[in-house]
Design a protein around this ligand. Structure first.
Ligand code: GLC
Length: 718
């Protein structure tokens, strides 16, 4: 559903004609609290939106109040529904590892439906920042490092959030964020400077926004960061030339928290008033919470520093969304509706399925997993094993930790009655008592098997939670080594919001599960995988480095002119676990990759296929991945790029053929002249189980194919 209503221009013009300048400015004003002052703005009809508070009765009352004001325009009510509203889903990075786009769309739709029942109509999601630096805490909120896959996930989440397939409560607009390049923060330090070339902007950071806008996103949120000298929320080039003219976005830009005012700190605005002038003239419509638009915009229009036309255009963009959402007709909801929708059984079951599919099996020496439910004496160790709050991860919205099934609870409910489960905290997240650790080590020594749940607290990832050291925190690490010294049968379950450096663990621990932060059904989904009721199928969407010194490290890198010489004196250059990696309880065997032709014409297509066999007695799902490499082009190109995937369910000893249709569009890239085009020449096409696959075919594209002309203003002859 599109949430930008161009068909309402008549009604919008009539509204604009009747509004005072002050009322128009009010539409650009958004506050994150609701006190006497904001109440007074509602009564005067001089505010356009509120954020981060909701509740069916409160919101309905406020909407009623503004509809009785002299300027009856309903409010946008925004909230950070990042991975679930009342039902807690896995963090978005975890969900992305499912490679299950329909399910990713479904969890977004459920979150939006639950949020709308509480009066929310603008959801500050999906976060679509392509993230290549795990020091940056917000990798937890996105879909990993790949622009192609990140674009598919962005579109799926927008479709889900804006499904709006219900009539009895306000509809919802998505708000893809953070435009743009926020994840490229130097050093992984949140909010820090980003150096992004126009080429990288179009190859890496723009595609998910383009996909989100094409999926109908009604609003976009601009970001805090300085993009090579241009703070995103105050950049006419980024907001008008690129976002609007190039990507065709017609809705309003919601600026991230007070980011226009931060133009003063960036040093591009002399003071708050100057920041307002720049922000509004740059195309930043809604000022989130700073109040400076409220203070200065009207005066700037009177002084002519902001034109009446620009003000009208800004209001028009906002009203398009309000009309598209049907807010003028329906902006009320009730506690009964919310109670009927929130955490209904089908929502919780969907959460469990998504949690199962988010888990990535990183190591399983000696097929130690799955465990027998008759496990004799099972020691479960680690503070996180019984921490409900940490399983919810960052941005917990209106989820409640009381609803979370912890790993310990999940294990206890799954083992057979004669299995003895002993729990030892052993160590906190960052520190631990020697006495607790001693008890845990003794318990481990007595156990048949040990399950250790280690990793990060929920507050160690997410906004402004960058880490320079990415190992399991030292107190937990020491405990892990002591336990491994007394018992060889250790399963490490990771609960974390970002890739961690796990070289010691990879060498010394026989089984490792990446479970991320799985939300409400954490323990049940984990038990499903631990005891074989679900065969893990997750695949990594972000690279796990061996150490911080390798960062930035991502799979779709350029080769350089001396690839054979690239090295560290003190570390390997390869990651510990590459993009696309994940194991299974099944054993998948790939046949040779073949193609039905070795040439591709402009209007043509080539079928590239590979047979995959499940050479085991366990049904399982394999995500067959297709990568391409452009051997010779007018600019350097990544060593490989994901261009397709198929998640196949294979029964024991079953073989299936994965067939991919390769077209020139899949071979296109943004040229230096800004054209999206495929250049004639040879391409390698690989198919396999992760981004390191080597088996493939060679295709010749016989002629150039242009898909998109250069962006307005780009020199077509560059
Ligand atoms: C925060 C975040 C943004 C969020 C907004 C509203 O600073 O950067 O993702 O949507 O403020 O809470």
């Amino acid at each position: 559903m599109r949430c930008v209503g161009l068909e309402f221009e008549e009604q919008i013009n009539r509204l604009l004609a009747g509004m005072t300048r002050r009322q128009k400015v009010g539409q650009l004003v958004q506050y994150g609290s609701f006190r006497e002052y904001e109440r007074s703005l509602v009564d005067k009809g001089e505010i356009g939106s509120l954020l981060n508070f909701c509740g069916s009765t409160l919101v309905s009352d406020i909407q009623k109040a503004i509809m009785h004001s002299p300027n009856p325009i309903p409010l946008l009510i925004g909230d950070d529904v990042i991975h679930g509203y009342a039902t807690g889903f896995p963090i978005p990075l975890a969900e992305s590892c499912s490679f299950d786009l329909p399910l990713i769309e479904e969890t977004a739709a459920i979150a939006a439906r639950e949020a709308s029942a509480d009066g929310v109509n603008m959801i500050f999601a999906p976060m679509v920042d392509i993230a290549r630096d795990p020091r940056w805490g917000r990798v937890a909120e996105g879909a990993g490092e790949d622009p192609y896959y990140g674009s598919l996930v962005a579109a799926a989440r927008v479709r889900g959030l804006q499904r709006n397939d219900w009539d009895d409560r306000p509809h919802v607009t998505a708000c893809p964020k953070h435009y743009i390049g926020y994840s490229a923060a130097e050093g992984g330090r949140d909010y820090d400077y980003t150096e992004i070339s126009e080429q990288t902007l179009r190859e890496v950071y723009l595609p998910p926004f383009e996909a989100a806008i094409q999926a109908g996103a009604g609003t976009v949120m601009s970001s805090f960061n300085d993009v090579s000298g241009h703070p995103a929320s105050l950049s006419h080039h980024l907001l008008e030339d690129v976002l609007r003219k190039e990507l065709g976005f017609e809705g309003p830009v919601v600026t991230d928290w007070e980011s226009v005012q931060q133009g003063v700190a960036h040093g591009v605005a002399a003071d708050d008033k100057d920041a307002v002038r720049i922000g509004i003239n740059s195309g930043a419509e809604i000022d989130m919470n700073s109040g400076i638009y409220d203070l200065y915009a009207e005066q700037l229009v009177q002084e002519g520093a902001i034109s009446e036309e620009r003000l009208d255009e800004a209001v028009r963009r906002i009203l398009r969304v309000k009309f598209a959402l049907g807010l003028f007709e329906q902006n009320q909801t009730t506690p009964e509706k919310a109670a009927a929708i929130h955490r209904c059984p089908s929502h919780v079951e969907t959460a469990r399925q998504m949690a199962r599919e988010s888990i990535v099996l990183l190591k399983n020496d000696g097929a130690m997993l799955p465990l027998d439910k008759k496990a004799g004496r099972l020691a479960v160790i680690g503070f996180l094993a019984d921490s409900q709050g940490d399983a919810l991860g960052c941005w917990q919205c209106k989820t409640k930790k009381e609803n979370v099934v912890t790993p310990l609870a999940g294990i206890r409910s799954r083992v057979s009655p004669d299995t003895q489960v002993e729990y030892y905290i052993g160590s906190g997240i960052l520190d631990g008592s020697e006495e607790e650790a001693e008890k845990a080590v003794e318990g481990a020594a007595r156990a048949d098997t040990v399950v250790m749940v280690l990793g990060e607290a929920c507050w160690m990832s997410g906004e402004n939670n960058s880490r320079a050291h990415l190992g399991i925190p030292p107190a937990q690490q020491r405990l892990l080594r002591r336990v491994c010294a007394v018992n060889p049968r250790v399963v490490l379950v990771l609960m974390n919001g970002r890739p961690l450096t796990l070289t010691w663990e990879q060498e010394h621990v026989p089984a490792i599960l990446e479970s991320w932060q799985l939300g409400d059904t954490c323990g049940d989904a984990l038990a499903d995988v631990l005891f074989g009721d679900y065969n893990p199928s997750g695949r990594l969407t972000i690279t796990f480095p061996r150490c911080e010194g390798q960062i930035p490290l991502y799979y779709n890198r350029r080769t350089s002119g001396r690839p054979e010489l690239i090295r560290y004196l003190d570390e390997e250059t390869a990651p510990l676990y590459p993009f696309g990696y994940g194991l299974s309880y099944s054993r998948f065997v790939y046949g040779p990759v073949s193609a039905d032709a070795d040439r591709l014409a402009a209007e043509g297509a080539v079928q590239v296929s590979v047979t995959v066999t499940n050479d085991s007695a366990v049904a399982g799902e394999e995500t067959v991945q297709l990568y391409i490499r452009d051997e010779t082009a007018s600019i350097t190109r990544p060593a490989r790029e994901l261009k397709g995937f198929q998640k196949l369910l294979l029964q024991p000893h079953e073989s299936r053929r994965a067939v991919f249709t390769v077209t020139p569009a899949m071979l296109a890239f943004v040229r230096a002249d800004g054209r999206l085009a495929a250049e004639p020449g040879y391409f390698r096409v690989y198919a396999g189980s992760d981004s390191t696959c080597e088996d493939g075919v060679r295709l010749l594209l016989t002629e150039p194919v242009q898909l998109k002309p250069p962006a307005a203003g780009k020199d077509a002859n560059a």
